[in-house]
Design a protein around this ligand. Structure first.
Ligand SMILES: Cc1cc2nc3c(=O)[nH]c(=O)nc-3n(C[C@H](O)[C@H](O)[C@H](O)COP(=O)(O)O)c2cc1C
Length: 146
């Protein structure tokens, strides 16, 4: 089974978790970047709003073809209780039939209010959610580096 880890990070903690997984699974990493250069303020307004409304943002073209992989880990920070909007853009690009493993990095609040809807998004793409993990990073927004 071919595995890849695709992730978005704003402050670096999701990247850390993605790199840890990549080493453990000996799998390649794919970092997703937004087209726009997001400021810290811009992560809250409009970032938090877009996250809560499950709106995608424009992302740079991926440098991998997700069709080539069977198992896809997706990692993303949590904004306002929801996956950051880059997550919605990643899900849009998911080919059907993939086994998806999710890890959502939050300061400590987790994703209780958004978990079921997030899983539904993946299932609507014809993929299965094989695992779902909240990673509590302990990094509060005010302590984030840009
Ligand atoms: C706009 C914004 C909203 C956030 N909202 C939450 C939240 O609702 N709950 C929480 O526990 N952490 C929240 N955080 C903290 C991040 O989820 C946490 O620091 C995460 O580890 C960041 O990952 P990153 O460093 O990969 O961007 C928020 C951070 C930002 C920038």
């Amino acid at each position: 089974m071919k595995t890849i880890i695709i992730y978005y990070t704003f402050g670096g903690s999701t990247q850390k978790e993605a790199a840890r997984l990549a080493a453990e699974l000996k799998a390649p990493l794919c970092r997703v970047k937004e087209t726009r250069n997001r400021s810290f303020l811009g992560s809250f307004i409009p970032g938090g709003y877009l996250a809560m409304h499950r709106k995608p943002v424009s992302i740079q073209p991926l440098d991998v073809d997700l069709k080539d992989y069977d198992q896809i880990y997706i990692g993303c920070p949590v904004w306002a209780g929801y996956p950051a909007p880059a997550f919605n853009a990643i899900v849009q690009q998911l080919p059907a039939g993939k086994k998806v493993e999710l890890f959502l990095c939050s300061g400590g609040g987790g994703t209780e209010k958004s978990e079921s809807g997030t899983k539904e998004m993946i299932e609507k793409k014809g993929c299965s959610v094989a695992s779902y993990r909240d990673v509590l990073t302990g990094v509060k927004p005010g302590k984030m580096k840009e």
